[in-house]
Design a protein around this ligand. Structure first.
Ligand SMILES: [Zn+2]
Length: 489
């Protein structure tokens, strides 16, 4: 090292970049920075800036804003040393390197890398070396790009199944339907759209001894994973299937048969991936009819009508009174000033609803509503928006627009796409009948239906308000319930 102690330390900048190739994954950006800092310390350099280009893949030729900022810092003379993890982090395209070479002609800049040694741009031999490294890097990038494109093309041509375990609904290999499992997927999709809970459907499948493709019992999670697959509609996607519908990338039509039509699958996908589902309320799977549905009819502490949500709790057994059988009570979750026995309340409300749904006018509320062409218009709009996103991506890849405009534009399109997806999902859902519609005796079908179906029917037809007891310890009475037909409230 020729540098003497008296000289001020080299002011250095670290450059780190995440790319999507394997080497990039191995050396995550924090790792890159840590190793670069260690190298700078060994060199006695003072790190004055860190530039990180995050999640930008070099092979798409996208702009690298931090790389530009770093070159500007060299140009201004703010930094005299650059540290990178590998030369391909620094300049992955030959044009990037040439810019640095030109800059090095007028500004003294020393370049060190953690894994590829020094880059000496002050001599002809050093520049040749750097150009060879950059040429190799560029070749790798182009090769990767070719491979990715070739793979995508093959995948599309074959409509191929990408390996892994047998997809539920299909035979091994993923191309031939297993009719009984296909029916399970179709029915569960309809049930989800009719408002049934994943947990309720999973429980029913387990009772019927239907197993997943790996022979396991169903959980709401494994059921969700099967129902949101684009494969169910005969579509191929890239990336994760669990992103919101508007962000899902469908690359083409598969050659395997669909299990459900595309509208149904999209509506199920939209419903099961909606951000609102992450709300804790969606996770609860009440075991009582009125939990979370009935409202409190008591008066609040400040004289206002309470209207709080009613939830079930069990009251009775405590360590000091172990011999008392706990009984479920509904309680006002807002102020806990009101409780009522669960079983008697549920039985009563069930009988009321069973009687109601025998009335054709009430049943009509539960029946599919007609489509007046809105679905078709929505589908057309969605196709236009998807094409716009593809065009924007193509413009970006061709460097016609910069990252900021790319993001602004795709964000704007995605917002509208999300609205269209929601409208379409609602339209599809409105076209799905609850299982009791069409039964010979809808009342009896309601009484026999699983709890989550009963809850969905109840929500559609009846409002339930629970009133305070006339006096403490009063026997249960139907007077405690104020019932109102939905739409009459
Ligand atoms: Zn209350």
């Amino acid at each position: 090292m020729s540098r003497t102690q008296q000289q001020a330390p080299v002011r250095a900048a670290i450059y780190a970049r995440i790319s999507r190739d394997r080497a990039g994954e191995r050396a995550g950006v924090e790792q890159q920075e840590r190793e670069c800092r260690a190298l700078a310390e060994r060199l006695g350099w003072e790190v004055v800036a860190v530039y990180v280009d995050n999640d930008i893949s070099a092979y798409k030729g996208k702009p690298r804003p931090q790389y530009r900022a770093m070159l500007d810092a060299v140009r201004r003379g703010d930094v005299g040393g650059l540290v990178a993890w590998h030369t391909d982090r620094l300049h992955r395209r030959l044009v990037d390197l040439e810019e640095l070479v030109t800059l090095a002609e007028t500004k003294h800049v020393e370049i060190r890398t953690v894994t590829a040694g020094d880059v000496d741009l002050s001599t002809a031999g050093g520049r040749m070396n750097a150009r060879i490294l950059a040429a190799v890097a560029q070749q790798e990038v182009e090769h990767l790009r070719e491979r990715v494109q070739a793979k995508r093309k093959t995948m599309l041509e074959a409509g191929a199944y990408r390996g892994g375990k047998r997809p539920f609904g299909y035979r091994k290999g993923g191309m031939v339907v297993r009719p009984r499992e296909a029916e399970v997927v179709a029915r569960a999709s309809r049930d989800v759209l009719a408002g049934r809970s994943l947990k309720g459907i999973a429980r029913e499948l387990n009772q019927q001894r239907v197993r997943t493709s790996s022979g396991a019992e169903w959980t709401s999670l494994s059921l969700r994973d099967v129902l949101i697959r684009p494969r169910n509609a005969g579509l191929i996607h890239t990336g994760k299937a669990s992103v919101p519908t508007a962000e899902l990338t469908i690359v083409g039509r598969a050659q395997w048969p669909a299990l459900v039509d595309e509208d149904t699958w999209r509506a199920v996908h939209a419903l099961l991936t909606a951000p609102s589902r992450r709300h804790p309320n969606h996770k609860t799977d009440p075991s009582w009819l009125l939990s979370g549905i009935a409202r409190c009819g008591a008066t609040g502490p400040e004289g206002q009508p309470c209207g709080g949500v009613i939830r079930a709790t069990s009251i009775g057994a405590t360590p000091s009174r172990p011999n008392i059988t706990p009984t479920a009570h509904y309680r006002c979750a807002e102020f806990a000033h009101l409780t009522v026995l669960v079983p008697k309340t549920d039985d009563y409300v069930r009988q009321v609803v069973a009687e109601m749904v025998r009335d054709a006018r009430v049943l009509a509320l539960l029946s599919p509503s007609g489509d007046d062409g809105r679905m078709e218009r929505g589908r057309e709009r969605r196709a236009v928006l998807v094409r716009q996103i593809e065009q924007t991506e193509a413009d970006y890849d061709a460097d016609l627009i910069d990252a900021r405009r790319f993001k602004a534009k795709t964000d704007r399109i995605r917002v509208e796409l999300e609205e269209v997806e929601t409208l379409l999902a609602e339209g599809t859902r409105a076209g799905v009948a609850l299982p009791i519609v069409g039964a010979r005796d809808p009342g009896q079908a309601f009484l026999d239906a699983p709890l989550d179906v009963q809850r969905q029917v109840l929500r559609t037809v009846l409002g339930v308000q629970i009133m305070p007891a006339a006096y403490r310890g009063a026997a249960w009475s139907s007077d405690r319930l104020a019932l109102s037909r939905v739409g009459e409230r």
